[in-house]
Design a protein around this ligand. Sequence first.
Ligand code: CTP
Ligand code: MG
Length: 163
Amino acid sequence: MIELIIKAIIYILPAYVANSSAVVFGGGPPIDRGKTVRGKRVLGDGKTFRGIILGVFCGTIVGVFLGLIKGNMGLWLLGFLLSLGALTGDLVASFLKRRVGVERGAPVPVLDQIDFVIGAILFASLFKVPSREITLIILVLTPFLHFMTNLLAYQLGIKDNPW
Ligand code: CTP
Ligand code: MG
């Protein structure tokens, strides 16, 4: 079981890195360029070109490293798809949140924690469909890991609140 959990975390690692790199390196001009539909932003200021580009870049780098370690250079493509999928999932979630009137940055529990892994797994499935066990572990474990890292960031004074 522990082995399967470690396998799942290593598999999804490029998506985790892509998602957190977007937060760390994001900012600048928003992808929707401030456009609104029926008075509501298309995506909001939280979805930027820099976040997407640097997120995909950092996540893909992790895929390259995993490929080097495992001696399977094809893994860079898996890392790329996981990263692009992660940020696309996050983007789609923001689009849906704006449509139902949720302001940029307002927390939506569960959706905020798993939107990116759903996108990542869907995109990665173009390369190779992960096993049912791996998929389930990722979906269950991610909200917990998310919470733990946020709590850690809060304790370290990087974040203003623990969620
Ligand atoms: N970010 C970015 N580009 C992305 C994703 C994230 O620049 N594609 C940065 C933004 O600075 C964003 C922060 O990471 O504010 C946190 O990401 P997230 O929680 O996804 O955005 P929110 O600001 O909460 O906006 P939303 O309500 O749309 O989720
Ligand atoms: Mg958010």
